[in-house]
Design a protein around this ligand. Structure first.
Ligand SMILES: Nc1ncnc2c1ncn2[C@@H]1O[C@H](COP(=O)(O)OP(=O)(O)OP(=O)(O)O)[C@@H](O)[C@H]1O
Ligand SMILES: O=C(O)C1=C[C@@H](O)[C@@H](O)[C@H](O)C1
Ligand SMILES: [Mg+2]
Length: 171
């Protein structure tokens, strides 16, 4: 089966881009990110899409962007933090080497802070994080072949743990 060599899922700021880029260097393949695909196609930031059109509109764009990237891309693919909310997306992911990066709530608050660019964390981030993590943990677990904790690990260590979990060798 063709498709991405690694699909990274996990919450905002967990390190999908940082680790995804390291993996792309190590495996000699390209990196793609569905949030970036949506921003490029729409010509505006995700926070603006949320404000202008609402979350449901963004989720529809995201569902299409993930389906396209899973078909077109054969490198490392990072998905938006909420992509797993969609049931049909979860069904598509069952066919792919998905790894979930995880972190605890305090690490999440430190890495992302109060952040206008992340619309789901714009107010009361600690409470938002707790709720997001609790509601999404089972969805990440459903799609992921492995969950790799990132707390107290450098991005290089996380990248190595992803390679180990999928039994992938460097190029
Ligand atoms: N293992 C790590 N330990 C500490 N900090 C990290 C680690 N991995 C990433 N970071 C830092 O956390 C922040 C978020 O990382 P990154 O942008 O890669 O996350 P992301 O999952 O791609 O987030 P986004 O939701 O914006 O796509 C960055 O400042 C990055 O340098
Ligand atoms: O966790 C989420 O629901 C989101 C995560 C980001 O990657 C973006 O896709 C957007 O900010 C929503
Ligand atoms: Mg990212």
């Amino acid at each position: 089966m063709t498709g991405p060599k690694v699909v990274l899922v996990g919450p905002m700021g967990v390190g999908k881009t940082t680790v995804g880029e390291l993996l792309s260097e190590r495996l000699g393949v390209s990196f793609r990110d569905t949030d970036a695909d949506i921003v490029a196609a729409q010509g505006r930031e995700i926070s603006d899409i949320f404000v202008d059109e609402g979350e449901a509109y963004f989720r529809a764009l995201e569902k299409a962007a993930v389906a396209a990237a899973l078909t077109e891309h054969d490198g490392i693919l990072a998905l938006g933090g909420g992509a797993v909310l969609d049931e049909s997306t979860r069904a598509l992911l069952a066919e792919h080497p998905v790894v979930c990066l995880s972190m605890d709530v305090e690490e999440a608050v430190q890495r992302t802070g109060l952040n206008q660019a992340r619309p789901l964390l714009a107010v009361n981030p600690r409470k938002q994080w707790r709720e997001l993590m609790e509601s999404r943990r089972p969805l990440y677990a459903e799609v992921a072949r492995a969950v790799v904790p990132t707390d107290g690990r450098t991005p290089d260590e996380v990248a190595q743990a992803v390679l180990d979990a999928l039994e992938l060798k460097e190029a």
